[in-house]
Structure formats: structure tokens, C-alpha cells
Design a protein around this ligand. Sequence first.
Ligand code: GUN
Ligand code: ZN
Length: 439
Amino acid sequence: APGRVDAIRGRLLWFEADPYLAGEGEAVRYVEDGLLVLKDGRIAAVGEAGALATTLPANAVIADHRPHLVMPGFIDPHLHMPQTQVIASYGAHLLEWLEKYTFVEEQKYADPAISAAASTFLLNELLRSGTTTGAVYGSVHPGSIEALFAEALSRNMRIIAGKVMMDRAAPAALLDTPETGYEESKALIERWHGRGRLSYAITPRFAVTSSEAQLQAAGALAAEYPQMHIQTHLSENTLEIETVARDFPWSEDYTAVYERYGLVRPKALFGHCIHLSERERKALSQAGASAISCPTSNLFLGSGLFDLAAMRAAEPAVKVGVATDIGGGTSYSMLQTVSEFYKVLALKGQRLTPFEAFHMLTLGNAEALCLDDRIGTFRPGMEADCVVLDSAATPAMHWRIKTVETLFEELFVLMMLGDDRAVAATYLMGAPAYRSDNA
Ligand code: GUN
Ligand code: ZN
């Protein structure tokens, strides 16, 4: 294919395990002059450039990114395609923001041309930010997902996505029914799931906008397709939680609503999870579901502070991912996202080391999506999605980095000061997908 390279040279950084659990020595892999050898879009070998270069044919194309860092591509496990023109809308808490901005905007996505234009913009912006995989919500319209999947397929990008199911508490133009939501989702699964690198996620928006009949239909679909992802929102805002308690008076708590309909299981992704009880955390972890924190969104909407320590303390620990939540979230950059995560945790009296943060953006998010057999680390056989990062990309970074002595310090500067400007290049399946001027 045009532009394909045989190997990538640079300062390679990847993770074999969670540094919080395994310790940095076990978890972190760093090769100062490393080579990533590629074959048919996958990683063939990874190691020292000096040793590996001699195994390549004389005419091999090597993309030399020294002195930049090369990492597995970032993974964004929660964002909304129809909210690229909702991002940065003023002054509201979650339910107000949905009503005032989001539910107005999403009606436009009945138009396939608008869905196509936004999908193109979104995937360009993700790649510019070093994000190579996303778990994405569409609008209620199946056409929104048709457009997004078509765009992702043409780029060979790994995208998980689903049409939103919502049958109440929103404008009529945005509602499906238990029957149409089920049928339209099923048709999208049959048409798209497994093509290229696409996967379908059954996507009931949240318990506020789905009737019991619709959650039951979503659960029936999930039972029919046990391999599908499920994505929804859980325990983001206190008014939302009160609404759910009123709408489902029989339920012990918010999580119990989703449990009742078989929606809490492996590959189920719960956005936010801010105000969970100990029982709810345990219900998620025992089911093998994932909690996805969205720090820029939670600060912007004033929703609350995610409790990472409580997730880790559950028995077993809850799988945790970190995501942008565009457009409740305020940045497409996963670097900015972990910068804000660090600050959220600081307000909770907790810490996130840069190794933990970069693990979370790569292998950790891959594990939260149950995709760690394909993406998130550099190991032979894995899909060759990667991001090239320039730790001196801006004047502030360039000036600060002069005083840095360790990889730990460099990564912390990169996550606190970096954004899309720090992304020098992005590769999808070994093919260049984005290149900045300073690549
Ligand atoms: N809860 C239900 N829908 C949404 C949404 O679009 N964004 C956020 N942040 N929370 C939600
Ligand atoms: Zn969301």
C-alpha cells in the first residue's frame, strides 16, 4: 500500500503490565534506540535498532523518528461523534446541557451528509491527537453510524461504535422505540460488525432516556450477541441519579437497573462512574465490566471527581479506562485528558504517576475494551498502531524539558504540557495516517 513503511525507529516506550500493580521494573519497556519491525500491518519484531536493522532487507523503508518517542497509539474509550460542534457550550450541568445543546444538535444527524462531514472531521482530529482507536456513540439515527463506520473502514482504523438507543425524555425527533432501536441496532451489527477493524457496541444512552421496555430490548440484543461491546453512562451527576431512582423505584441503586437487564458484563463500558457505592463497584468488577473516567467532561460539567483508589480497592479491582467524552469533554487530546485526570485525583488526595498515565492511554484502555490481544502494546503479532511524540514541541515544553533528567520526568512534562502539538506522527496498521511539520 502507498506510504507503508517496513520499520519505525525512535525511542520506543510500551507497557507489559500495569505499573501500579506490577511495579515499573516489570511493567515499563523502554528502548533508547529502538526499532519496530512491521509486517502486513502488524508488529513483526521490537527491540534494539542495532541488532534488528541487520535482519531487514537492503531496500527496507525505515521511518526514522529519532529523537522522538514512539508509543502504541492512544485509545479513547468514550466519545460522541455528533458532539464535535457541542464541545465548548457554555454554562450548564449535565441534564441542562443535554437539553439545551446536545439534544438540539443531535437532531441534525438525521442528515447523512452532516454525519459524513462530522465523521471525517472527528477521525482526522483523533489521528492528529495520536488516538488510533475509539469507542464512539452515534446519534439515534442509524445513518450516523453508517457514516462513521464507512469513514473508519476507508482508513483501516479500529473503531467501536453504536447507534444510541433512546425512547423517552428527549425531543420526539430523537426518539426510537424498543422495537426500532432493537431492529436498527441489529441491522447495523449484521452489516458492519467485524468488517475491517470495526466492532459494534450496543448503546442505550442511559437509564434516563430508555424505558424499561427498551432496556429489556437492549438486554435481549446483548444476549443474542454476547461478543458485542455495550456502552452507556452511569452515575455521572446527582440529579441524573435522582431521576433514575424515581424512574426505576424498584432498583436498589443505578447500577442495579443495568444489571436487571443483563447489561453488566465483560465488554460493557460504563462512562463516568463518579458517585458509585461500594456495592456498585463490586457489581461492575465481579461482572468484568469497565468504568471509564472522563475527567475533562466531569470538571467542565461540574459532575464530580472520579475515585480511582476506590476502583482499585474493590474485590476484584474494577477495570478502569480514561476517555475524552467529546463533547462534554473539552479536549480531543488524550495527553490533556490524563493531565486533567491527574488534577482530579489530586483533589481526591490521590496520585497518578506518568507511567500509570501512559499505561492507561495504551494497554490499560485496551484492557478496559477487552482488546489487549490486538492493540495497546508492542509485541509481535499486535496491530501496528502507533503515535510519535515530541516532548519539546512547544516553547514551554522545549524550555522545561532542558531541565529534565529521567524518563519519568519527561513523561510527566509531556502529559501536563502536551496536546495535539506534541504529536509528530500517527500510524494505523503500519501506514502513516498523520504527520506534523516537526515529524
Ligand atoms: N449522559 C447521557 N448522555 C450523555 C452525553 O451525551 N454526554 C454526557 N457527558 N453524559 C451523558
Ligand atoms: Zn458520554
